[in-house]
Design a protein around this ligand. Sequence first.
Ligand code: CP
Ligand code: NVA
Length: 308
Amino acid sequence: MNHFLDIHKTDKDALRAIIDSAADIKNARAGKAKAALDAELPLKDRMVALIFEKPSTRTRTSFDVGVRQMGGQTMVLSGADMQLGHGETIADTARVMSRYVDMIMIRTFDEAVLEELAEYASVPVINGLTDRTHPCQIMADILTYEEHRGPIKGKKVVWCGDGNNVCASFLHAAGQFGFDLTFTGPVQLDPEMEFVGLARSQGSTINIERDPFKAVEGADLIVADTWVSMHDAQSAKERRHNMLRPYQVNADLMAAAGKDALFMHCLPAHREEEVTSEVMDGPQSVIWDEAENRLHAQKAVMKYCLEG
Ligand code: CP
Ligand code: NVA
């Protein structure tokens, strides 16, 4: 049994195998190749619990659809409605849930909840986002980049804005998949230096550049995310917007990057804030493929978890 807790905690070869398997699963679904793969129904007669302590459109829907396409069933649970929200320990919840279901996906606040759940569950646990990381998103992003441009190894990714949970998983992926990453954003919102150091120790070039126009020079991929994440205080919204406005991804910034650079955003996006509609709906944007690929990447993640 394998958990899927974070990209830096997953074996490098396993990560590559998950991406390749995701591409095969996607092709099989489209009737293109290896059709037997999708007919395997690896989740037949299995129940997967999807626990959400925060809102979700893509993660909820793509996991639910993915489990069903693999022959399994889902139970979508709101953390607040469970005893989890009323004092039962995470360890006890993990022990009990493991007696009912075959896999648990959780979206939560503190990553300690995810870690405790994984420690005490006897079934695989998948990270569906915490305040600190969002690994399933980045597996979909790697799949998307490689579909459009081939291997991501050696490429330059530029993260624009807040050094948040999605940025953290991008840094983990930089180290594991061997690409470089430039962060451009205000100093107050730098990514965690521990993660920057980890990627550097794995051989990736990680730069921090305050000037967004300098940062995007030679970029292969530009990535943006919301300026106020679900775990951020709404009272900080105006201050964050003021700090982050210079880092908006707009047509001028994309022009500085060059016409071959792709644009990604995990969504939900706030149009005309972190990114303009012109870029989101423009020719360099691959955001809808990126959203679709959550489904295929997560099916491969679930297969990996079951195979152990
Ligand atoms: N990108 C992403 O995780 O979207 P949701 O919050 O809608 O699940
Ligand atoms: N950084 C965002 C990602 C949403 C998918 C958040 O945590 O709200």
